[in-house]
Design a protein around this ligand. Structure first.
Ligand code: ADP
Ligand code: ZN
Length: 442
């Protein structure tokens, strides 16, 4: 397949040249941050590192880490590296795991971010001939703004739908012939389900590609969405702290996401010791923003667990790839001492012929964790014959036990009884955490 690139020279740059470019940018960036961000200057001083100690990317490990706790500490202006009058935009995290953090952008920061999103759209086969439906939330959340900007840069006819109002999404999609859909994977699944209910077959849907991210999703979920919508589904990754979506994006090979490493320098560390791990090992992803001006985080710990690889890619891009993150260190549930990621449950469900509509409820009773998975039956699976339901529940619980090593209580529930997500899906209700919060609140 002929490849298109949005910024070919960067996307296919020889690795050594890229490292040189990163080194030059890093030296400048560290100086900029040291001079303008008192919070980080103090961290560097405490570690005894001066800007002149950083001569290239080989010195990166000398710099202190930043974490979400630092962002909360420094809220709202403590990590700002430019006068407020040079900033033109604020965006904020979705608050999935606690208090929201805010990020600031200069016009140049927005331009570079939108370039990253444009690279993702072109890698998914987008061009000015496409109609791009952006169904990520608009507003403080970065999804809508980032892909809207990227779509403009590519020259697509942009439908700034924002999330929600699924009927209207479908009306615009079909009336205006949207060819690319951008939203969270859980919302894509919901839109697909609604189209199917309305009698649309995959071949009647004008879409050819989807760019889905902002939450973890499995290969099984990808297959499910691709089949329902009749498209190729591409992953996109990012976080507000580094700008938003577009930090990494998938190409036609679909074996991981290329990181826009001319802007974001990636490392993998051991989340317990902070030690930098060699490429290919699984650990926590850490990013250094190489040319952001207003909110340039250095060595930011994302808490996302994944692997980096630099194998040759058939798309011709030389940018390092990150595997799909399995979830965040803080998404991981420890149930009866066993590590459980919601993505593992999703894999089992889709393999067993269920739809990805589920919720995990964890609690404590008699000093033991209880672990319940509520799973929706599809209209075709639905039965009210108790013995059939019990049989299905038992079989699903068995498949989960094989994957996880512990036994959940599976409860099959009626079609449409689990709330659909228009943004990031809420998969876990951990009542143990809720009680802790209540206990520690004065
Ligand atoms: P919040 O931390 O409140 O969710 P963001 O909206 O900035 O704020 O979300 C960023 C996080 O979303 C990432 O750190 C990551 O955990 C998750 N994420 C984003 N894109 C993906 C993706 N493609 N796959 C898995 N997780 C993703
Ligand atoms: Zn590729």
């Amino acid at each position: 397949m002929a490849q298109n690139y949005y910024q070919k020279e960067i996307e296919t740059m020889p690795v050594l040249e890229m490292k040189k470019l990163q080194s030059e940018k890093l030296v400048k960036q560290v100086k900029h941050v040291y001079e303008n961000v008192e919070y980080y200057r103090k961290l560097m001083d405490e570690k005894g590192v001066k800007p002149q100690d950083i001569k290239g990317i080989e010195d990166l490990h000398k710099l202190p880490f930043l974490s979400k706790a630092d962002l909360r500490d420094a809220y709202p202006y403590g990590l700002l590296a430019k006068p407020l009058e040079d900033c033109v935009r604020i965006q904020s995290t979705s608050g999935t795991t606690g208090r929201r953090v805010v990020a600031f952008y200069t016009q140049n920061d927005i331009d570079l971010w939108e370039d990253c999103c444009a690279r993702a759209i072109v890698a998914a086969g987008g061009s000015k001939k496409d109609v791009c439906q952006v169904a990520y939330g608009y507003g403080l959340f970065t999804g809508g703004a980032g892909l809207n900007g990227g779509s403009h840069k590519v020259g697509c006819l942009t439908l700034p739908m924002s999330s929600g109002n699924t009927e209207r999404q479908i009306q615009f999609m079909t009336d205006l012939g949207a060819t690319i859909l951008c939203c969270t994977p859980s919302y894509a699944a919901y839109i697909g389900e609604t189209l199917k209910e309305q009698g649309y077959k995959p071949e009647d849907i004008p879409l050819k590609a989807g760019i889905f991210g902002a939450e973890p999703w499995t290969e099984e979920m990808r297959k499910n969405i691709e089949e329902t919508l009749g498209i190729k589904a591409y992953d996109i990754y990012g976080l507000t702290e580094t700008s938003g979506p577009g930090v990494a994006f998938e190409c036609s090979e679909q074996t991981g996401m290329h990181i826009n490493e001319d802007h974001f320098l990636a490392e993998i560390i051991d989340p317990d010791t902070g030690e930098v791990l060699p490429e290919g090992e699984k650990g926590e992803l850490v990013f250094t923003a190489l040319d952001k001006e207003a909110f340039p985080l250095l060595r930011y710990r994302t808490r996302d667990i994944c692997v980096l690889t630099r194998e040759k890619c058939s798309c011709g891009r030389t940018l390092v790839k990150m595997a799909k993150p399995m979830g965040r260190t803080d998404d991981m549930l420890i149930i009866r001492g066993v590590n459980v990621f919601p993505s593992q449950i999703e894999t089992v469900l889709l393999n067993e012929g269920y739809q990805p509509n589920y919720q995990i409820v964890v609690d404590r009773a008699n000093n033991t964790d209880t672990f319940e998975v509520n799973v929706e039956m599809s209209p075709e699976q639905f039965t009210d014959k108790v013995s059939d339901v019990l049989k299905m529940e038992k079989s699903l619980a068995g498949a989960m036990k094989t994957m996880l090593g512990i036994n959940p209580t599976v409860k099959l529930v009626a079609p449409k009884s689990i709330v659909r997500s228009e943004g990031k899906a809420v998969r876990v209700i951990d009542k143990r955490r809720l009680t802790e919060v209540i206990r520690t609140t004065p």
